[in-house]
Design a binder for this molecule. Sequence first.
Ligand code: GLN
Length: 305
Amino acid sequence: MQSWVEEIDRRARETLGQGRVADYIPALAEQDANRFGIAICTTDGAQYTAGDAQEPFSIQSLSKVFLLTLALRAHGEALWERVGLNPSGMPFNSLAQLEAERGRPRNPFINAGAIVVADHLVSAFATPSKHIQDIARTLSGNPSILIDRHVLASEWQHRSRNAAMAYLMKAFGNIDNDVDAVLDAYFACCSLRMSCLDLAVAMNYLAADGHALATGKSFITPDLARRINSIMFTCGMYDAAGDFAYRVGLPAKSGVGGGIVAIVPGRLSVCAWSPALDANGNSVAAQHALELLTDKLGVRSADIA
Ligand code: GLN
């Protein structure tokens, strides 16, 4: 498999130059568009890396997977009274459906949905952002993972759209806590810096029936892991979820930092990263890399259903 990841690294780099680095906050616009990395972690712990796999980057919406996992562990099915389970067919930061649907976001992987999930976390933990940082460290086995203060300050300064969603949901009674506290927790999660290898190891529990590789213990139940994979499959790539399912066919989650994590249940977790994004906010080179990987593996959704 090591020779595969090296070949994928070489071929994915051929797409560098396409797409644009996220520029909704200055701290992300500074990223170098020519970086690319990939890390694979199998359920028995073997690791394969190529390119900039060890370079920490801003995980952004990849953190929505951690947020959802923690909220489902803490609150279970009650979460679905406040957040839906269907693809939105809209950009991840759209406000359009929120007003029409009385402050109930379509799913937990668009910004509004993750803000509701962050509200759960603020209710459950005294220091939610420290808690999520601790979880990222524990699951990856890397104690040096940090929240990037520069990105956090930039998110906060340019928060108008996310704040508008949070206030609208508060007006509909779907946010329990102080809006600033909820946004602070949400932005702190987005601002975690992790590498492809950190993320492939940390999210391996989704490939391994809930078993966390770095701790050797069960993190969530097999049933919950299966359900989170289903939500990633239908909603993880925003309004491009259907295209991605056709091209790659795996449960996946993307972030505007350029990372995409994908899961082959029972086999492996993979993270590919490159900062330049397509119009839907998904990394061009990382998507291409995952498409090459599933071609190599010969797996598509039909094999894992
Ligand atoms: N921090 C970003 C935002 O709030 C996260 C979005 C993303 O990664 N898609 O808009």
